[in-house]
Design a protein around this ligand. Structure first.
Ligand SMILES: [Zn+2]
Ligand SMILES: [Zn+2]
Length: 245
């Protein structure tokens, strides 16, 4: 399984960047995980978005879904230009009916994932965990049977994340805040909490993502390193994870 960061900013994208978006690939199957602001433009550096197999959404905050509308237009326009009738499946939760129904468009189809069972998308199997966030949001544990990645989506720290992340080859943790800040209100994690989570769950690698627009990002890594002994990367667009075949 390969993972490519497309967007990693929290809230809004900085110049030439994007908010949450990750491309997951396995044996030619291409799944986009969240589709934030700027994501569709950045994605085209790596692949033709018309060749996606699925889009999977953690929740409906704008920094995770802002480019869904543009992606729907892309499928509509490319179908017309190429005389095709492709329909992109977009998987999301059904706890906000208005937002969920907006996933279905002329060339996209919203599909609700079952929060209590494993979702199979091509070669990928995905489990969900409801996070602590002001709106319903789901962390995901994604495996191809050989490699496992865990994406925390947006959340404040809670104990259930440790079991859910246990032994993952890669943990993509949202790191919106600096150590000493309180993320329990806005539903976000600090660098210290990300490090503790990675250590307690025994993951093999930690990425700090969903990054803040203030402070010195290197401090996020320094503090996380005090808690976690494995390798840590601060998210950037060139960062990718390639599991050995
Ligand atoms: Zn959010
Ligand atoms: Zn967010």
């Amino acid at each position: 399984m390969n993972v490519q960061i497309i967007g990693y900013w929290g809230a809004f994208p900085e110049a030439d960047g994007a908010t949450s978006c990750y491309l997951i690939e396995k044996s030619g199957y291409k799944c986009l995980l969240d589709c934030g602001s700027g994501a569709l433009s950045r994605l085209q550096k790596y692949m033709n978005p018309f060749e996606l197999d699925a889009l999977l959404l953690s929740h409906y905050h704008a920094d995770h879904v802002a480019d869904v509308g543009s992606l729907q237009y892309l499928y509509l326009v490319q179908n017309m230009i190429q005389s095709k009738d492709k329909v992109l499946p977009i998987y999301g939760h059904q706890l906000d009916q208005n937002k969920f129904s907006s996933l279905s468009h002329k060339a996209t189809k919203g599909i609700a994932y079952d929060l209590n069972s494993t979702l199979t998308l091509g070669p990928l199997q995905i489990r969900f965990l409801k996070t602590h966030h002001p709106v319903p949001c789901y962390a995901m544990r994604i495996t191809d049977g050989e490699t496992t990645i865990v994406y925390t989506a947006d959340t404040s720290h809670f104990e259930g994340l440790v079991t859910f992340s246990e032994g993952a080859d890669l943990l993509i943790a949202e790191c919106s805040l600096y150590a000493g800040m309180d993320g329990s209100g806005p539903g976000h994690m600090t660098s210290e909490e990300c490090g503790k989570l990675a250590q307690a769950a025994g993951v093999k690698q930690l990425w700090l993502s969903h990054l803040p627009h203030f402070g010195d990002q290197q401090k996020l890594k320094i503090v996380a390193k005090q808690q976690y002994q494995g390798p840590i990367q601060i998210a950037k667009e060139t960062l990718s994870f390639n599991a050995l075949p």
